[in-house]
Design a protein around this ligand. Structure first.
Ligand code: PHE
Length: 454
């Protein structure tokens, strides 16, 4: 087997796993989902899923990875349940689909660095033209994918770990500064109300469904990303506390992103909150506004630095997304790592082309699809892929992995692995809670999902 390398320290693993979790899902996805889902009620449901269901799923994924030291498909084989390795394959499929469209959005963000450098804050109004320019944003996407491939080809502790450790804290500080600024704007308070005061009459089946998908997506769960990262973790690591830190960091950053965007929408809409439900373009339309407002050289610097950091956050996520199919190809097909990386990245880029074309350039790819989320209206290819992967495959995968761990691999084996490196774990409340969530909650959600989607 090809050498796998490993994380160099405890903090290294947490930083890398948090790097996977924190990305466009938090800063681009979360505010837009909150906006579409009607505000604070969505936030409440989202938090519920993150802590009650997703945190246990995260610990489970890491445990399976560390136990087997393998990719998601090999992991099921190594535990002696070859018949279950389709679950790993489903995860790899989800990863491929997610990276195919994620990379497009990352390409948009990458291009925004140059718009900000040149002081083109008016890009907010030209956003729909911008994403239609498929040659330009396609080139940005290709560059982004190549950067991801480069980092992954360097191996796990060389590239991924170092970058994550420096850049994540910088991003948080930058976001907090922007929050401070956007709170001073007129009508910011209306944005805060929308974001923080729940109106439960806005709850519906689809809001709950989307909040769950967003929780799994944002925490990188349900497709084996954390099985793969877990496979590089040492036996001395306390998995449960690492999972708790990653969950807290990820949720915290998503909440900060909301604090950054909604006061701004309050300001832009004069308090009516019109435009909050704009969808995937939300941050690309609102953020240039804030930098334009700051204006001058300071606005240019702030805008540029922000999009650079956003791209780094996206990069630590795309790296984990690419790592999953790559580690599968390396472990199971015995292809050299470097070759596998570029091959897989190239294929995924091609898979993303319809998503690239469906943002106004090609009528067919822009309007021919229907999703549960869009309520049956004509929607674009990217939204279709996102709905299949994020909202269906990830929660399905996460709950199935939990079911597998509790009933097939067996609870006591999972507990054994979680207790390794975690002295106080056995007999603790957390243990009881994790056991409950994995054995009962996940299967119930699984059943509900089944009824909903079949
Ligand atoms: N969690 C990442 C984000 O929020 C996306 C991701 C999903 C990464 C699934 C890996 C696996 O941007």
């Amino acid at each position: 087997m090809a050498p796998r390398g490993g994380f160099s320290s405890r903090l290294g693993f947490i930083a890398a796993a948090a790097g996977s979790a924190v990305g466009l899902g938090n800063i681009w996805g979360f505010p837009y989902e909150v906006g579409e889902g009607g505000g604070a009620a969505f936030v409440v449901i989202y938090l519920f899923f993150c802590f009650i269901l997703c945190f246990p799923v995260m610990a489970t994924e890491i445990a399976i990875g560390r136990k087997t030291q393998l990719n998601p498909v090999g992991a099921f084989n190594a535990l002696g349940f070859k018949k279950w390795n389709w679950l790993g394959k489903m995860g790899i499929l989800a990863g491929v689909l997610i990276l195919s469209f994620y990379n497009i959005i990352a390409g948009w963000a990458f291009g925004y660095i140059f718009e900000m450098i040149t002081g083109n804050f008016g890009i907010a109004d030209g956003f729909s033209e911008y994403i239609k320019n498929v040659v330009k944003v396609g080139a940005y996407g290709a560059l982004f994918m190549a950067t991801t491939a480069f980092v992954v080809s360097k191996g796990i502790s060389g590239g991924i770990e170092k970058a994550a450790k420096i850049l994540m804290p910088t991003l948080i500080i930058m976001m907090l500064i922007i929050v401070g600024y956007s709170l001073t704007l007129p009508n910011a308070v209306d944005g805060l109300k929308f974001y923080l005061v729940p109106d439960f009459s806005k709850l519906s089946g689809s809001v709950i469904y989307n909040a769950m998908g967003q929780a799994f997506f944002s925490l990188s769960l349900g497709m084996g990303a954390l099985i793969t990262y877990g496979s590089y973790v040492s036996k001395k690591e306390n998995i449960v506390s690492a999972a708790a830190w990653v969950t807290l960091a990820d949720v915290g950053i998503a909440l900060i992103a909301g604090l950054m965007i909604f006061p701004l929408i309050g300001f832009m809409s004069g308090g009516t909150m019109e435009g909050a439900g704009r969808g995937p373009g939300l941050i690309f339309v609102t953020l240039p506004q804030i930098f334009g407002n700051i204006g001058g050289t300071l606005g240019i610097i702030a805008g540029t630095v922000f999009f650079v950091l956003l791209c780094f956050a996206a990069l630590t996520s795309t790296v984990s997304l690419l790592e999953v199919p790559v580690s599968y190809v390396v472990d199971e097909m015995k292809i050299k790592r470097k070759k596998a990386v570029w091959l897989v990245a190239g294929v995924i880029f091609l898979v993303g082309i319809p998503s690239l074309l469906g943002n106004g350039y090609s009528e067919f790819f822009s309007t021919s699809f229907t999703t549960y989320k869009a309520g049956g209206t004509d929607t674009d290819f990217l939204s279709l892929v996102a709905a299949i992967a994020n909202d269906t495959l990830l929660p399905l995968g996460g709950c199935l992995i939990s079911f597998f761990a509790a009933y097939i691999w067996k609870k006591h084996n999972l507990d054994e692995e979680l207790a390794e490196g975690a002295p106080g774990y056995k007999g603790s409340f957390v243990q009881k809670y994790l056991n409950f969530a994995v054995s009962y909650l996940a299967p119930i959600v699984l059943g509900a999902l089944f009824v909903l989607t079949v």
